[in-house]
Write a protein that binds this ligand. Structure first.
Ligand code: FES
Length: 192
């Protein structure tokens, strides 16, 4: 197995690190995420900061930035193994630009597929990265009353359901309620 020493040039250290991780079962893509750490750090004006510690004792802090109901950016601070770091970096690339709902649907299999391969005994590290992100998104939504979730999923204005409907009025859902009647007719007291 190649040795890594602080006396070696950084390029050599990275080459030896790559060789060690490759021998352990990490794909080139997972190794690249681990070495580059593209989403490691903090977001100064984050909308949500959440923390999670795994059963192994490793921990992650997730910084979340949301704009117009979509994940604008995510950063992780991680005290953890190469598996947890590569999984977290891949998770960010998967959810950036997604709506809150889409990002919450991210699962371990999505991240594993993106990483291509990591050692079997490191699969729980993917779970930690995904759960930490889901916790941050869930807490963001809780603290924001679902405002951004609604902005991301609901069209800008109410649709008109029939020729006689009034622009700007929402569709009613019960008898006698004001608004547009819809195809069923009569629910607002208007003739169908
Ligand atoms: Fe704890 Fe990898 S060993 S997250």
């Amino acid at each position: 197995m190649p040795k890594i020493s602080s006396d070696q040039p950084v390029a050599d250290q990275n080459a030896n690190l790559r060789a060690m991780l490759s021998e352990s079962g990490y794909s080139d893509k997972a190794i690249d995420y681990y070495i580059r750490k593209p989403h490691m750090g903090i977001i100064e004006n984050a909308d949500q900061i959440s923390e999670m510690t795994g059963t192994c004792g490793d921990s992650m802090k997730v910084y979340l930035k949301v704009e117009n109901g979509r994940i604008a950016d995510v950063k992780y601070q991680i005290l953890g193994c190469p598996g947890s770091i590569s999984a977290a970096m891949a998770a960010v690339d998967l959810v950036r630009g997604q709506s809150i709902d889409e990002a919450l649907a991210l699962d371990d299999a999505d991240v594993f597929k993106s990483l291509e391969d990591i050692p079997v005994k490191k699969h729980h590290c993917i779970q930690l990265a995904v759960k930490a992100l889901q916790k941050a998104i869930t807490e963001y939504r809780k603290h924001n009353g679902g405002r951004d979730l609604i902005a991301a999923t609901v069209p800008a204005g109410p649709a008109l359901r029939s020729a006689g409907d009034t622009p700007g009025e929402t569709c009613c859902t019960g008898a006698g309620k004001p608004g547009n009647c819809g195809a069923a007719g009569g629910c607002c007291g208007k003739p169908s």
